[in-house]
Write a protein that binds this ligand. Structure first.
Ligand SMILES: [Zn+2]
Length: 345
């Protein structure tokens, strides 16, 4: 459906309680009256579009249930090669703010957003906002010659703290009437981010520094490793997201032996027989359930959140190395607000 005739900010009231309500609102608004039945808040409710599910969860926590938050990248899909369907253009055209990770992760979505944005709307590139180019990390799967740094800032809590600040400021700028709500949500969320960070520091301390060697299939822990004092000895997935060559696998096996890596990690989104082979040949334990952008459980479940995702990953890592993850297990990882976002599956 064409959206070219839409007038900026004179949108119909948008209830957060379901699509049917929005359809109804469109019908009543077309009669030319704003009845105010939904209250002042929903008449002005912001529309926000995000990309991968961890970002959707972070944004949802700061925005709260009054803001319509729509994620575009289905969970369990390779976000690095995701091409938005033409139908995403409509959500992008109706958005006040489009939050993307940036750092080259979602270039096709960014292009579609810029081609469809309405007047006054904005694309906010979270990673680019918080990380100066001098701090970009290039590595195995994200080599410098490719020009795109490792974009996985959201696996590192201090960077998510900074993401939340940028989200808060953008929401306040677009909707100053609800600034107090966004600030309160932000402050509550950041407390949980800090608690996760502290718990991971405690858990990491239970593993000797020379044992903290990380070999993952998908290269999602570069900034995390810097922050907590882990060494990433390799990533298996090449920069084109195909399978590694036999020679590359042989080199990885040498790395695992050299660093006496105790555990290697696969990812649910990128199943690969290569890890099993490396595990068989080196004796390293193969753990196959790290996730970088697929939240645990289903939308609406208490652990279906960025906090739940990171807790799951950190517990998995720490326990695979024989460490004590009690500090992580006892954390409250539920959202600070009700998350009514759209998470495509
Ligand atoms: Zn990734």
């Amino acid at each position: 459906m064409s959206t070219t005739t839409r007038t900026t900010r004179s949108r119909p009231s948008r209830s957060p309680w379901g699509r049917w309500a929005a359809v109804l609102a469109v019908a009543t608004a077309s009669l030319g009256a704003c009845s105010g039945d939904q209250g002042v808040k929903s008449a002005e409710a912001l529309r926000v579009v995000t990309t991968v599910s961890p970002l959707t969860s972070i944004v949802a926590n700061v925005a709260g249930p009054e803001v319509t938050v729509t994620g575009l990248v289905p969970e369990g899909v390779n976000s690095h090669t995701f091409e938005p369907p033409p139908s995403a253009a409509r959500a992008l055209a109706e958005a006040d703010i489009v939050f993307v990770n940036g750092l080259g992760l979602e270039d096709p979505t960014e292009d579609l957003a810029r081609a469809n944005l309405s007047e006054g709307a904005e694309v906010v590139k979270l990673g680019d906002r918080i990380l100066p180019e001098s701090d970009w990390i290039f590595d195995f799967s994200f080599p410098k010659e490719g020009g795109k740094p490792n974009p996985h800032l959201w696996t590192n809590p201090p960077m998510v703290r900074a993401y939340a600040r940028v989200v808060r400021d953008a929401l306040v700028a677009h909707d100053p009437d609800h600034a107090a709500t966004y600030r309160a949500n932000h402050d509550a969320f950041v407390k949980r981010v800090d608690a996760l960070d502290q718990a991971m520091r405690t858990a990491t301390a239970s593993i000797a520094p020379d044992q903290r060697t990380l070999l993952t299939y998908h290269d999602a822990y570069a900034y995390f490793a810097d922050h907590y004092g882990w060494t990433v000895v390799g990533a298996i997935q090449p920069s084109d997201f195909t399978e590694p060559s036999p020679r590359e696998v042989a080199e990885l096996i040498d790395q695992v032996r050299k660093y006496q890596v105790k555990a290697i990690f696969g990812s649910e989104v990128f199943p690969s027989p290569v890890l099993e082979r490396i595990s068989d040949e080196t004796g390293a334990t193969y753990v196959d359930d790290l996730r970088d952008d697929d939240l645990p459980g289903a939308p609406g479940d208490p652990e279906h959140s960025w906090l739940g995702l990171m807790r799951l990953n950190y517990v998995t890592m720490v326990e695979a190395f024989g460490g004590d993850a009690a500090s992580l297990r006892s954390l409250d990882v539920t959202d600070v607000v009700t998350d009514r976002s759209t998470y495509p599956q």
